[in-house]
Structure formats: C-alpha cells, structure tokens
Design a protein around this ligand. Structure first.
Ligand code: ZN
Length: 345
C-alpha cells in the first residue's frame, strides 16, 4: 500500500489573500486543498502514515541561515512595527545581482527574501512550512528504507522557493529538500516537475550541479508565471550544464501533446538512471484549474502516472500546486493509480 504522509500542522498557514492583476483576491492556496488530497488518497486505499520528526538539518542543507532566521522570527519582528499588517508583505524588492548588502530591518529582509506579493507570511507560516518539508524528508527516508514509493501531502508547496528566496506561495523547497536528503544517503537523484508552473526554485537550487538531474514540463513562461525562468535554453551552468531540461508547452496543450513531451523527458531520465525519482506533483495542469495553463484531463493524469511508473525507479512524490478543489482529489488518485500500477512492488 502506498504510504501517504499528512500532518494537520499545515493548517497554521492560512494566507488571507492572493495578489493578482493589482488586486487582493481570495487565496487559492487554501487549507482544504490538503484535506481533499488526504481524503481522496485514503478513500482510494492508500495508507495514511505519520511522519517521524527529522529536525532542521535537512532544511538547513538546502536553505541559507539568513533565510531560515527570517522565516522563523520575521513575523514577530514585523508585528512589532506600529500599524503593520497581519501578514508580512514586502514593499521593496532586492534586484538580485544588483544589491550590495543585507538589511537588518524586517521590511528590508522581506524584500530580500521574497519574490512577489503573492506569498504572505503569517504567524504560523514557518511552522507549517517546516512541517511540510518534514513530510518530504520522511517520504525520502521511507524510499531509502526500501519503499517503492511514498507520497507527501506538502502544504504549503515548495517548488518556487530558492535557496534564500520564497515566492509563488512557496517558502521551503520540499522537493529539493527531499532530493538533497537522498543525496546525503548516497542516492543518485532526478527530479521531474509536472506542475503547470515551471519549478524555478528547484532549478535554481540545482542549476550548477551534475548530481541532481532536473526536468520540468510546464506552460511556456513567455506568457505565464514564473515568467523569468523555464525557457528551453536554460540547460544548467558550470558542472551542471546539461543536467537541467525545460520543456515549455503552449497554452491549452492537452493530453496527447503533453505525453509527447513527457516521453522526451522519460528518455532523458532513463539515460540518467537515477536510484530515486522525485516527482514535484502539481495537479494544476488540469483543464479546470483556475490558473488555466494547460488542458490535461483526469485520465491524462493516469497516463502521466503510468509513464513515470514504467521508468521503474522508486518514487518520492511531493505535492505542489493544484487549486481546483472539485477535481484535485480525483486527479491525484488517477495519477497515483497509474504510477503504482506500473511500479514494481
Ligand atoms: Zn503550480
């Protein structure tokens, strides 16, 4: 039975808004996303398991001390500002590559560490993000111990978070933390990101490394978030050149064209021969998702799962996006069913 990792601690993170087109709109990254995913997985016969606590070390192996300290105590310092909002929202931004110092004040640090206005930090955000990362670590540890696959219901998601920057409703990069945990245990690792948005944070973390192969299939960033990364010409740099593969797809791409791109990705993953495959499992490429990026169907998610399962690598699955609560549970179950039907027990 597939182990599914869930924690109620995610409920401490309750963003009050999502900033879009100049407006504060209701948050898409809602608490009940995780509950829908959990309930669907359990109803499908998966085994709900409790994660062992793995501490801060796996997180500190990916993220910088300054960033972790900011996430940990930033909200308290923010709250000390007279008239401050209930959540941290930056009003300045560091232009990376053009900055020359690290500010002391939390307002400056917020601009240094956050990429956008879409990722508010509330009083429970850090605790929830840590608990979310811990699930990803635990899923990795279970696969190291011999499980053919494990699925972590990570909320908040993580793939837009860089080593020292959060954004895109992500704070700690759960997939990268899982991958780095696997590396610490000597496993050869590849990450495939099937979220509709490019996994820019994960790419950034491993961009100069040749020991973690990263591939992302996503809506073309020319007209879509995250806009500045995810182009086909980004292939890695230094030792990492050739270990990064982006497969941007045009708007409204459906199942068949998606599967062609996935086939290409699988060929490269097969050549790399990882010991473990980390899957950044976004479900927002679905045709009904509010972000309207691609047009993958529910049956399409089963086919994607089957193809990845046929690679035969043990899999650590880490939840990313997916915002249509009417369908994310069904889409998850179709993906997991496809994947586990092809994996060796
Ligand atoms: Zn997404």
């Amino acid at each position: 039975m597939l182990p599914v990792l869930y924690t109620p601690l995610h409920r401490q993170h309750e963003p009050s808004f999502f900033f879009v087109a100049g407006n504060f709109t209701p948050a898409q990254e809602r608490i009940d996303r995780a509950e829908f995913l959990r309930d669907a997985a359990v109803a499908a016969g998966c085994e709900l398991v409790t994660a062992v606590e793995h501490g801060l070390a796996p997180v500190a192996d990916v993220h910088t001390p300054d960033y972790i300290c900011f996430l940990e105590d930033g909200h308290k310092r923010w709250s000390d500002i007279p008239g401050a909002s209930a959540e941290i929202v930056p009003n300045v931004f560091a232009v990376h590559g053009l900055h020359h110092g690290y500010p002391e004040r939390v307002v400056g640090q917020a601009g240094y560490h956050m990429q956008d206005l879409a990722s508010p930090i509330g009083p429970g955000t850090y605790a929830a993000a840590l608990a979310s990362a811990n699930l990803a670590v635990d899923a990795a540890v279970r696969v190291i111990a011999g499980a053919p696959a494990a699925y972590a219901i990570c909320r908040p998601p993580g793939h837009h978070a860089y080593r020292e920057r959060g954004g895109g409703v992500c704070y700690l990069n759960n997939a990268a933390i899982a991958a780095q945990t696997l590396r610490r245990h000597g496993r050869r690792v590849a990450v495939i990101d099937i979220d509709v948005h490019h996994g820019n944070g994960t790419q950034g973390i491993f961009y100069e490394r040749d020991d973690v192969y990263f591939v992302s299939i996503h809506r073309d960033p020319l007209n879509y978030h995250p806009y500045f990364c995810g182009y086909a010409q980004e292939r890695g740099s230094g030792a990492g050149l050739g270990y990064n593969l982006n497969l941007p797809l045009p708007a409204d791409t459906g199942d068949d064209a998606y599967l062609v791109a996935l086939e290409h990705a699988c060929g490269r993953l097969h050549s790399f021969q990882p010991d473990v495959l980390v899957i950044s499992l976004g479900l927002d490429a679905h045709e009904n998702d509010p972000f309207k990026g691609l047009r993958v169907t529910t049956e399409g998610f089963r086919r994607i799962g089957e193809r990845l399962g046929r690679l035969g690598f043990p899999c650590v699955m880490v939840q990313e996006g997916g915002y249509d609560c009417d369908h994310i549970g069904t889409n998850l179950v179709h993906f997991l069913d496809g994947l586990t039907s092809k994996l060796k027990p």
